[in-house]
Ligand binder design. Structure first.
Ligand code: PLP
Length: 427
């Protein structure tokens, strides 16, 4: 069959950029090339032992579970949000899906209206919209706002629209993939003023919430509970991306959307794997061991993120200091003239040159909705043995961890950054 038999919405799409970089890395490795991977943003940490034990205990669970999710799990997810954010969710407000990615996709499918996301944004929001054929808008942000959406950016966009009151969903992600920055309470308040003015619904993608480096994540749902859906899951803070379990917490006012999504879920994935749902109850219930695991995950990410940041800014790379998650978003704009002489004028060309000349694999800012001229890369600092790093952090028991931690425990990250610095030096 030829390409003409592929749905028009899919025809122009390529496989997800993060998965494509992994294939590229595998190809280079098969040619015996050393690659320093800063590509795929997978949690480096193990799944906590007690959660794994629950999975083993429930391996024989074989029945389909309710479309909305196992009641006990929904209750534990509601309690989890209520515990961390002093919200008021009940089990009936929670929807469980095979990853928050699928739930975000289903929302884009079920909602009839416009979808907004800041640029830059996570790599999959826009292709999902394209698959469905949705009307979407990127709202540009800038370096000065730490690549986050400000109330002013949002007002400038909505105020310029012909029909400012049309139904809209804004997808907001923080701590941010690709940037590593997050909103302060004041910044959230400024945004909420504009969201209320234009009656915009928010999907608050908080998948990295518990990986705020100081443990100070705050949800916009605390300020705008009536129209915020919190998107979360176990992929990042619990190290279980491959288990495929995501969660949405809906306010009562959005029951109609939850019900629409249940219909779509019932005709597509039916329900998430039963053993995984039983095991996830433990993850969301939490324990002192899980709290300890989180404390050390954050310490480890913080020391690595800050070390990389300190190295790169010494070479006049424009970079936001990481606040949560495991990403950096360096801009090479200060080198644009030098790069131009080498025929490099886009983020894509930059990523390719760096990969071929140093073995450092990153993604270009274009994959996240930025204009090519920004010459930005996204770097995921996850290429280390997370279990060993946590054990080492527990042993050292110092906060913050010393910078030497990176060289001692994350050699590929250490060498990769030094190679990148050398490359910059030689421009
Ligand atoms: N949102 C963001 C910002 C992400 O980075 C990811 C995964 O990389 C997801 C959502 C999807 O996570 P999952 O489908 O594993 O819950």
């Amino acid at each position: 069959m030829s390409n003409t038999h592929i749905n028009l919405n899919i025809r122009s799409l390529k496989p997800s950029a993060t998965l494509a970089i992994n294939e590229r890395i595998a190809e280079l490795k098969s040619q015996n090339k050393k690659v320093y991977s800063f590509g795929l943003g997978q949690s480096p940490f193990h799944v906590p032992a007690e959660v794994v034990k629950e999975l083993q205990k429930h391996a024989a669970e074989k029945d389909y579970l309710p479309v909305q999710g196992l009641l006990k799990l929904r209750q534990s997810v509601a309690d989890f949000h209520n515990r961390y954010e002093h919200l008021n969710f009940k089990a009936e407000n929670i929807l469980i899906g095979p990853g928050s990615k699928e739930l975000i996709f289903l929302t884009q499918l079920v909602f009839y209206g416009e979808i907004l996301f800041p640029a830059p944004s996570w790599v999959s929001y826009h292709p999902q919209a394209k698959i469905i054929g949705n009307n979407v808008h990127f709202i540009p942000t800038d370096f000065d706002s730490r690549w986050l959406l400000s109330g002013e950016h949002l007002e400038a966009f909505c105020g310029a629209e012909n029909d400012p009151e049309k139904p809209r969903i804004l997808i907001l992600n923080y701590p941010s993939n690709p940037v590593g920055s997050t909103y302060s309470p004041n910044e959230l308040e400024d945004l909420v003023v504009v969201l209320k003015k234009y009656n915009i619904t928010v999907i608050s993608d908080e998948i990295y919430g518990l990986l705020h480096h100081n443990g100070e994540h705050r949800s916009i749902a605390t300020l705008y509970p009536e129209k915020t859906i919190i998107s979360s899951g176990i992929s990042k803070w619990c190290g279980a991306g491959g288990w495929r379990l995501g969660t949405f917490a809906f306010p009562k006012d959005l029951d109609w959307l939850l019900n629409g999504m249940k219909v779509a879920a019932s005709e597509t994935f039916t329900s998430v794997s039963a053993p995984i749902q039983y095991a996830a109850v433990k993850a969301f219930e939490g324990s002192s061991d899980i709290d300890n695991y989180l404390v050390h995950s954050r310490r480890v990410l913080s020391v690595i993120g800050n070390w990389c940041y300190n190295q790169l800014i010494q070479k006049q790379i424009r970079l936001i200091k990481p606040e949560g998650g495991f990403y950096l978003f360096p801009s090479f704009r200060n080198y644009s003239e030098k790069l131009k002489h080498r025929g490099i004028t886009t983020g894509k060309e930059l990523a390719e040159a760096i990969l071929m000349e140093t073995g450092v694999a990153c993604l270009p800012g274009e994959d996240f909705g930025l204009k090519p001229k920004h010459l930005v890369l996204r770097m995921a600092y996850v290429n280390f043995n997370g279990k060993n790093a946590i054990n080492q952090s527990i042993k050292l028991n110092i906060n913050p961890l010393p910078e030497s931690f990176v060289k001692d425990n994350c050699q590929d990250i250490h060498t990769g950054i030094l190679k990148l610095l050398d490359w910059i030096e030689q421009l």
